[in-house]
Design a protein around this ligand. Sequence first.
Ligand code: AHR
Length: 501
Amino acid sequence: MTTRARLTLDPAFRVAPVEPRLFGSFVEHMGRCVYTGIFEPGHPSAGPDGFREDVLELVRELGVTLVRYPGGNFVSNHRWEDGVGPAEHRPTTLDLAWRTVEDNSFGLNEFMAWTARAEVEPMMALNLGTRGVAEALELVEYATFPAGTRWSELRRSHGADKPHDIRLWCLGNELDGPWQMGHKTAREYGRLAAETARALKRFDPTLSLVACGSSNSSIATFGSWEAQVLEETYDLVDYISLHAYYDPSDGDADSFLASAADMEHMIRSIAATADHVAATLRSPRRLRLSFDEWNVWYQSRFGGESSLDWARHPRLIEDRYDVTDAVVVGSLLITLLRNADRVGIACQAQLANVIAPIMTEPGGPAWRQSVFHPFALTARHARGEVLRVEPESAAIETAKYGEVPSVWATATHDPASGAVTLFVVNRDRRAACDLDVVLPGGLQPVEHVELADEDPTAANSAAEPYRVVPRPGSGLRHQDRLATLTLPPTSWTMVRFAVKE
Ligand code: AHR
């Protein structure tokens, strides 16, 4: 069975410039993301700093631009001081979020050295769960003040002579969630975030601050949390955060493939909530959104934090991703780009081993999961301006989101070269789709790749790291201003068009 769809690419219809910070990731002290993920002293590929070079190479290939650190739930009971100074003097501590024994051999200064090697921007989260304004100020002074004060001199005595260039600070993590150490009501958190923001902006008005939004769209306080938090913080912060994980494990594959409908709903709802608060405060500012945790996560397979025994860097939520998961990840990236006028930051959670595009074995290899590929290709080829693209396609009926269009797409236009790149998914599991693409004049297709497989459950592993890779698309026909291609069932596709020589 084949369906038909049509879309038009027109550089006159722009959404916003492609923001490089949309291709962010997340490194939490959780499971094996840090230890034996990005950091493994003694690994054959690690240098004297303990950073795995094989992982660094994959991070650069993935095209990650920004990395949020050190959590996540971990940060809400974290003492940053435990992770700085001579490694032999650092304490062994208990991380209550993931019931993990933490030796603190990797901390702020190691992370900053790693970001330089990975060529990514750092985004730091502050502990506003069990700590407050004073400790946040001390950390920011330690990290970013040049010299001559108690905390900046302490940093220099730790070998970091120059201040770290950290522009982005998260005011806590998921404090709406009862699982969070130091969980708060919206008013309690809003007041604390406001006072922390006021102090940080007094310290350095150029810092960009992110207030915590909801942890997901099904939590009872979704929407009202943001409204109350922003009533306290609106003119003091630069972003409000959103988090969302999509779970394939309940067997409802049609709804899972339509997960972007929830992401779109979250973005629109929180943008509207922020605009409502701006209106009531008569504020001319338009707040941006930081979607700083998003991904596919087989969450219902995870027994929860209380099921965990105390351990050192245990294997936690090391989900193995298949082709369907990669198509969903591609559709979520499409959604972030489609909303580039509001979403200024996005972080796929997480980077290595923990629900991650990059997997490693301790002492062994590193490899790309299926979800690595749509991220890497989108990060590499989404350039210039995002175009408004509105496909006409068949509809799919889903239990969770009602009717959704089978084809979901975005495109970018690079004004410098005239190139246009289309990113599109076919969420139909049963039918291929013949897609007509109406193009601006003077373009020709130069690359057509897709992620699809006769077996949508195919996945990569240490033994079979290249089972799922992008493959050349076939059967693209092009004449004048019309290109026609076939999207296989459950597929992600990218087509690049360049100006004809
Ligand atoms: O990424 C895993 C966890 O998911 C993070 O620690 C938390 O912020 C979210 O609930």
